[in-house]
Design a protein around this ligand. Structure first.
Ligand code: HEM
Length: 385
């Protein structure tokens, strides 16, 4: 329990944290990677270079300070972070490291505002938050490990098939190296791949949505070639091995009878494929609309599979938009307005570039869809839409 005085001291630092510009966040990460270079094996160093991840931590702490007297408001955000952390195998001692560098950064860069009283208040508040995170993350580790085929940290998988799905996307079929069963997942969840790309001094971890149906001894992911780790994945061959963390993530197909609308763009199609396959395999009669946008035919992944599923499954219907080039599909960008959608009782799942999801969410809200019916997954550091 935090005292009222601690709460009000922490709240007084909201402007300091929410206005933490690049100077503060860069100082924090530089400090942390200088003193604890082993963390370069956990953080996405490409995001560090682009500055993307810099703000997620400080924004989260500002949100914590804002809602410190009403923490249930943050439950969904905390759960999302816990899944991401669990997929990265974050451990209790890491919280001490991050906490130390946070406090020292604020002391060094804002000595007048970050007084000894405020420092103590933040030490107490951070300890409480870290405790919540550590407990919830241990809960995820334990639950996953105890399930049939589950494991903790990483496990070795062999690539046993590679399929080119479109010009930039390859699917990797991964089988457990010990040839034993693997834990199940919910359609929409991701796994982390741990690799050391050529020329890179550190292990790099990336999350990829599972794109296929549940299999006994393996998983399928589908990767777009666009950066350091995906470039490395695209250079691998059948027979090569990768290390994986178990499935995690809070973006999942809800097990309800509500109609489903799966809306994706580009490689955002990957969790939607898992959802579509899972709906088709379940033989349920839940009405499902699959709406997908891509640049053109060369970037259209899984076209044949989606066509096969719509032909064989009467409750699944698909619409596709090509942004450019001649096409048998819709042309231009997705416009939801003329479609017949389950606006009052449907569940809407979004995945794709953030501007695309923001546009889809805005269209859905203007059509009267309740915000709680719109679920989405962001690839990369989480941004709200
Ligand atoms: C991701 C918050 C502690 C490592 C994130 C994200 C947030 C966050 C908001 C983005 C989540 C998303 O993209 O969905 C926090 C808070 C912490 C904390 C509030 C303390 C209470 C830690 C610790 C570590 C860590 C102790 C490990 C040393 C990471 C990593 C990512 C991440 C590696 C993924 C992004 C990247 O690779 O750059 N965290 N975090 N975090 N966090 Fe934490």
């Amino acid at each position: 329990m935090l005292s009222n005085n601690t709460i009000s001291l922490v709240k007084s630092t909201i402007p300091l944290l929410s206005n933490a510009g690049t100077a503060v966040t860069a100082h924090f990460y530089d400090r942390m990677f200088t003193h604890n270079p082993e963390l370069k094996d956990i953080f996405n160093m490409s995001n560090q270079q682009s500055g993307k991840q810099h703000f997620a931590l400080f924004n989260a702490l500002a949100a914590y300070a804002t809602h410190i007297d009403n923490l249930p408001v943050l439950a969904a955000a905390v759960e999302r972070i816990n899944h991401k952390h669990a997929s990265l195998n974050i451990q209790p001692h890491h919280y001490d490291i991050v906490g130390t560098h946070l406090i020292e950064t604020l002391k060094e860069l804002a000595p007048n505002e970050f007084t000894p009283d405020i420092e103590q208040a933040w030490r107490d508040a951070y300890a409480l938050l870290a405790d919540v995170f550590i407990t919830q993350e241990e809960g995820i580790y334990k639950t996953t490990e105890s399930k049939q085929g589950g494991w903790r940290n990483t496990r070795t998988f062999v690539i046993n098939e590679i399929v080119q799905e479109s010009v930039k996307v390859k699917s990797f079929h991964l089988r457990s190296a010990d040839n034993k069963p693997v834990v199940g997942f919910q359609a929409g969840q991701y796994i982390s791949v741990h690799v050391k790309p050529k020329g890179c001094d550190n292990t790099q971890i990336r999350q990829y949505s599972l794109s296929g149906v549940q299999q006994d001894k393996g998983y399928r992911i589908s990767v777009k070639k666009q950066g350091l780790v995906s470039g490395h994945m695209h250079s691998l061959n059948v027979g090569d091995v990768v290390e994986l963390s178990p499935p995690a993530g809070d973006f999942m197909l809800q097990q309800t009878n509500s109609p489903k609308v799966l809306i994706s763009a580009g490689v955002g199609i990957t969790p939607m494929m898992a959802m579509l396959e899972s709906i088709a395999a379940s033989k349920s009669d839940v009405k499902t609309q699959f709406l997908h946008a891509c640049i053109d035919s060369t970037e259209h992944s899984f076209a044949n599979r989606v066509n096969a599923l719509t032909s064989s499954t009467p409750n699944i219907q698909a619409d596709v938009w090509y942004e450019q080039g001649p096409s048998q599909y819709h042309q231009g960008r997705i416009d939801l307005t003329p479609l017949t959608l389950p606006l009052t009782n449907g569940e809407f799942y979004l995945c794709g570039p953030t501007p695309f999801m923001a546009a889809m969410k805005a269209q859905l809200l203007s059509l009267g869809v309740a915000p709680a019916r719109i679920l989405y997954e962001v690839f990369g550091p989480h941004e709200s839409l």
